[in-house]
Design a protein around this ligand. Structure first.
Ligand SMILES: [Zn+2]
Length: 72
């Protein structure tokens, strides 16, 4: 599990400079940006907050996201 405290401070690295970049937790495995729809995997309880990583999933619907996310 990723702690609630950590989730509260995490923001989408792509959006945080110009917008909120708020993230929604999905199935304890993904963080989905409300602004750009990038999706960041949580691997071994560590959110992978890399724009390149989020880019890979931007056009994948959340229902299609693999759970658990693929390991690196
Ligand atoms: Zn974003």
């Amino acid at each position: 599990m990723v702690s609630a405290e950590l989730l509260e401070i995490l923001r989408c690295p792509n959006c945080v400079r110009e917008k909120e970049g708020n993230l929604t937790l999905y199935k304890d495995s993904w963080l989905i940006c409300q602004d750009c729809n990038r999706k960041y995997p949580i691997v071994d309880d560590i959110p992978v907050m890399l724009i390149d990583e989020g880019d890979k999933w931007v056009s994948t619907s959340q229902e299609s996201l693999p759970v658990p996310p693929p390991a690196k």
